[in-house]
Design a protein around this ligand. Sequence first.
Ligand code: S3P
Length: 189
Amino acid sequence: MTIDVPSSSDAEIRKLVGRIGRPIVLVGMMGVGKSTVGRKLATLLGLPFRDADDEIEKAAQMSVSEIFERFGEDYFRDGERRVIARLLAGGPAVIATGGGAFAQEETRKLILDGGIAVWLDSDLHTLVERVGRRDTRPLLKHGDPREIVARLKNQREPFYAEAPIHVSSSGGPHGETVNRIVQALEQWP
Ligand code: S3P
């Protein structure tokens, strides 16, 4: 089923972006589509798109997997927090964060203070199907991906729920999710 969402005019989009005036930060589980949805949302809103994981890789000159392997998760979370702080200070943009970022207390506080957090949410089945398409996620390398994703989802949901906007991205095309985010932003705060 496709949901027919009336699209906003250019003038409405400009007004919305002006009113928000700060970064829109996508949070939520790995596999939910934060980067794909974020890129489309940024294009629609005429804002720059920043992917926190890509920025961490650039800053470290290493892949996320390599950082986990060589230095461990705590080191990664530290770099992640600093990169997200820098992106938040860069003015209006759409920022996609890695799935664990918003579960970190300090990083969550930075995002809640400096941006508008949008929790993108999917059912477990959709997440497991989507994470299966790539084998680059260090947290899924040791164990059954379905169990790991289910456990992390349970653990992290109370944190994601602190985001002021909650949008479902299960099943349907990413364009629909983008429209839902725009609608939710129009109703914010
Ligand atoms: C992680 C998710 C990844 C990446 C890292 C840790 C997590 O990002 O930041 O592998 O803790 O859930 P995606 O959510 O983009 O896969």
